[in-house]
Design a protein around this ligand. Structure first.
Ligand SMILES: [Cu+2]
Length: 170
């Protein structure tokens, strides 16, 4: 016969919270309301003055929020852009001056071919393997500063997501 194990609920809740924090991916601080996953910068080539950053934003809070501002000490200008297929094999991109709406409970992914963070007027070439500091400002969650790994566009695995390949169990 199994007797119910005595387990105090407050203790269990604390353990869950601690685990949640410990499991946050590196470079992705778990803010109260906005969770940032897989932040990265793709350097086009060593001489380029521009680069694009990608990440996934999840609003875990009870209310809507909005990404309103971006900045980096490594770039003269940082802006939110959206790529669009203009037809005829031509891709264009446009700035989103109103930022990015983050409805409660939803995720928005910035990924190659769509939304991206455009870094212009880079103060120095970005070399793969280095890092870049980026500050995102949210209407409600405030400012979050991240350290993003710089990846080479050429090293990118096949597929459109730009995410590193998933590790499979042996
Ligand atoms: Cu762009």
């Amino acid at each position: 016969m199994f007797a119910p194990r005595p387990l105090s609920r407050p203790c269990r809740l604390l353990t869950t919270l601690a685990l949640g924090l410990a499991l946050s991916p590196a470079g992705a601080p778990a803010r109260a309301d906005i969770v940032i996953d897989t932040p990265r910068v793709l350097a086009a080539n060593p001489l380029a003055r521009t680069a694009a950053a990608y990440l996934t934003l999840t609003n875990t809070g009870p209310g809507d929020d909005r990404l309103t501002d971006l900045s980096s000490p490594a770039a003269g200008r940082v802006a939110l852009h959206e790529s669009r297929d203009a037809g005829g094999g031509v891709m264009t991109m446009r700035p989103l001056p109103d930022g990015l709406a983050l409805p409660a409970g939803q995720s928005r992914s910035l990924a190659p071919g769509g939304l991206h963070i455009m870094l212009s007027d880079l103060r120095a070439p970005l070399s793969p393997g280095s890092t870049l500091t980026l500050t995102l400002t949210f209407q409600k969650a405030g400012a979050v500063t991240l350290t993003l790994p710089v990846q080479s566009r050429l090293d990118r695995p096949l597929g459109s997501s730009g995410l590193p390949p998933r590790k499979t169990a042996p």
